[in-house]
Design a protein around this ligand. Structure first.
Ligand code: IMP
Ligand code: MG
Length: 174
């Protein structure tokens, strides 16, 4: 990344704040998932950094799978959610925890939840790093939330703008 591009990014949530909040979320998850058949599903690609930080703090046994969907083009959410690849695990009877980066319009999480519910999971919860204060087009319950922010386009800590900035250790606004 060019130095000039990096300078344009304003820090919104620092590395330390993220660490503290991830630790709190992991504690809640550990408390809620004792003796459960936990399957963690990370929504690619944005949630990988968040998910890898969460799972390294889990005390309970779990398995891990991934879903890849696409909805964003540039800085805009499109109306079509495209399922690029689904889980490989048989989710029936599993206690599923979806790990997602951002809850914005709600369309992506609604889509994923509906898809998994049809496959007869035993329980289904969602953990999102950031909830944006936007008008939700599809309201769906979120069980664990890292941060609530205004409607701003953010990058870093796994989040990208057209494929860039995922490696920043903090969350910034372009
Ligand atoms: P939703 O379907 O509108 O809730 O959109 C959620 C998806 O859009 C998230 O999974 C992100 O991948 C992406 N997204 C939404 N806002 C941002 C942002 O500010 N930065 C990067 N990606 C975003
Ligand atoms: Mg996403």
């Amino acid at each position: 990344m060019k130095k000039t591009e990096k300078q344009k990014i304003k820090v919104l949530i620092s590395e330390e704040e993220i660490k503290r909040q991830v630790c709190k979320l992991a504690k809640q998850i550990n408390r809620d998932y004792k003796q459960k058949n936990l399957l963690v599903i990370s929504v690619l690609s944005g949630s990988i950094v968040f998910c890898s930080d969460i799972i390294r703090q889990l005390k309970t046994d779990f398995s891990l799978d991934f879903i890849r969907v696409a909805s964003y083009k540039d800085k805009k959410s499109t109306n079509n959610i495209e399922l690029i690849s689904s889980v490989r695990t048989d989710v029936r009877g599993k206690d599923v925890l979806i790990i997602e980066d951002i809850y914005d319009t709600g369309k992506t999480l609604s889509y994923i939840k509906n898809m998994l519910l049809k496959k007869k999971v035993k329980s289904l919860k969602t953990c999102v790093l950031v909830n944006k204060k936007t008008t939700k087009q599809e309201e769906t319950g979120i069980d664990y939330v890292g941060f609530n922010i205004e409607d701003e386009f953010i990058v870093g800590y796994g989040l990208d703008y057209n494929g860039k900035y995922r490696g920043l250790p903090y969350i910034g606004v372009l």
